[in-house]
Write a protein that binds this ligand. Structure first.
Ligand SMILES: N[C@@H](CCC(=O)N[C@@H](CS)C(=O)NCC(=O)O)C(=O)O
Length: 208
């Protein structure tokens, strides 16, 4: 058995939107028996997460010999390779780079939403910057506008739909901003994707 053949440990929590991407991929790829989830605490300076990923970010996948892999996109690509899957991420050519670019756009929604959430988590109310929050909100609004104009195929589970669904799920869960009223196509898309892909529902964060 090589390190790359597992078993694997996934350092994440059930509330992490980036961890959710990986947990959906594990489910879809049928690798649940090979991936053991081990919660991480990104605020705990003694958590081994910080030696596994010096950035202290989750998700982080540990191979059988302890080799760490991050970030979520890298982990999903690795697991797709383990499963011999070529559907989650197009293997080559322009479709691959277009899918990765769209996934990066969707990840950017989550990144900006997290920064908005962290602003309230790490700063007292009177120290929070409305300008910084508006800067992040602008990123989310522009990215949502792109997906609203042309949503992905909701009947297709791939790196784009997984990433977008996790971004929207995080906006719904933490509510750094209201996105639903101005994005009816995306609301419909998320409903359709959730109906198509049961792994999305199975990986939902517990109620806030
Ligand atoms: N690009 C990374 C982002 C990971 C990320 O930002 N994770 C958050 C939790 S959802 C985190 O670990 N935050 C703690 C921190 O930034 O210190 C990925 O795709 O995995």
């Amino acid at each position: 058995m090589t390190a790359a053949s597992g078993p694997y440990i996934l350092r994440s929590t059930v509330t992490s939107p980036f961890g959710r991407k990986v947990r959906i991929a594990v489910d879809v790829l049928g690798l649940g028996a090979q991936v053991m989830e081990m919660p991480a605490d990104t605020l705990d300076e003694t958590d081994t997460l910080r030696t596994q990923n010096p950035l202290g970010k989750m998700p982080c996948l540990l191979l059988a010999d302890g080799t760490p892999l991050y970030d979520s996109g890298v982990i999903i690509e690795f697991l797709a390779g383990v499963a011999g899957d070529e559907h989650l991420i197009p293997p080559r050519g322009l479709p691959r780079f277009q899918a990765l670019t769209q996934a990066t756009l969707a990840d950017g929604i989550t990144d900006a939403a997290l920064l908005m959430v962290y602003e309230s988590r790490f700063r007292d109310t009177d120290k929070q910057s409305p300008r910084w929050l508006a800067h992040q909100r602008g990123k989310i609004e522009r990215a949502l506008a792109v997906f609203e104009a042309e949503p992905p195929d909701p009947a297709r589970t791939d790196i784009v739909s997984i990433t977008l669904a996790c971004a929207l799920g995080y906006l719904d869960w933490r509510q750094p901003m209201e996105w639903r009223p101005a994005h009816p196509e995306l609301v419909a898309w998320l409903d359709a994707f959730a109906a198509h892909e049961p792994a999305f529902g199975r990986t939902a964060a517990p109620s806030a």
